[in-house]
Write a new protein. Structure first.
Length: 284
């Protein structure tokens, strides 16, 4: 027995089965990301006054890379436009144009992920240093002549690991600190990019910009990584329809067009999440 309304809309709702299914799925996704954003708001509201999302007591340059985040936002918005154009090309019976637009969409998707991995590299090689004297700073670490990397997670240092490996001193290149509005540039900016040596006994805290370091980074990595997985999943589905799954265009073009519409709805949702995520996490 053939399942009804797989590509023809129901007369009472005007929707076919897949469209009903994707809207139900997106409702569950809204609850998932809504819970994460709610957790972010509650944690931020409960944070000590003036401490969110500061690290080392100040706004260091490079805490989050706003220009790169802005560019990534433009990349995702572009991909939303091209996926609509791909669907419109099918409506106009132009399969070649559909594939071109889908290729552009995939380039944008994997470009977004590549840029995000670059941002992660910045965080995993960026450290917060607090001295027992009370001085705090952010910057880049050098241990025994080596700079900890990103892809080798075992190379990420904290104070406990340094003590375990019996490291006696480290070199640290501090970031310039952004002055508050109305203030002149801090004197510390002139000492940026100058590596200084610190004895391990003088250090109270040392850790990379990772989840365990600061609540802000825990939220940042959880939300952006989950969003990145959605981008990857959506890109794989769109890539399947653009190439091996496109054979349905010859046998049932209407159902294939509907599948692109459904996949496009998911892609728009992924882009919409980022449009909320970017200002909330990067700008506020």
């Amino acid at each position: 027995m053939e399942i009804p309304y797989t590509y023809k809309p129901r007369p009472d709702t005007g929707l076919y089965n897949a469209k009903v299914g994707i809207w139900l799925f997106l409702a569950s996704e809204i609850m998932l990301f809504g819970a994460l954003f709610s957790s972010y708001i509650l944690l931020r509201v409960q944070a000590p006054m003036g401490e969110w999302p500061k690290v080392a007591g100040a706004w260091p340059q490079g805490l989050l890379n706003i220009p790169i985040g802005t560019f990534n936002t433009a990349v995702l918005i572009t991909s939303s436009v091209t996926v609509v154009l791909a669907w419109a090309a099918l409506k106009m019976n132009n399969f070649k144009a559909f594939r071109r637009y889908m290729v552009v969409t995939l380039v944008c998707a994997f470009g977004f992920l590549g840029i995000k991995s670059y941002e992660y590299n910045e965080k995993f090689t960026h450290y917060e240093l607090r001295l027992k004297s009370g001085e705090a700073m952010t910057g880049h670490l050098e241990v025994n002549g080596k700079h900890p990397g990103f892809w080798d997670f075992g190379s990420i240092y904290n104070l406990a690991r340094l003590e375990k490996e019996k490291v006696t001193e480290i070199k640290f290149t501090a970031d310039p600190v952004k002055p508050k509005s109305g203030e002149k540039h801090a004197d510390s900016a002139s000492h940026a990019h100058e590596a200084k040596t610190y004895a391990l006994g003088d250090i109270a805290k040392l850790d990379a910009f990772v989840l365990r370091n600061h609540t802000f980074f825990a939220i940042y990595f959880v939300i952006t990584a989950l969003h990145g997985l959605h981008v990857l999943g959506g890109a794989l589905v769109l890539g399947y329809f653009a190439f091996p799954g496109s054979s349905m265009w010859k046998s049932n073009p209407e159902q294939f067009t509907n599948r692109i519409e459904v996949a496009g709805l998911f892609w728009h949702f992924v882009d919409l999440v980022w449009i909320f995520l970017f200002p909330v996490v990067y700008l506020l």
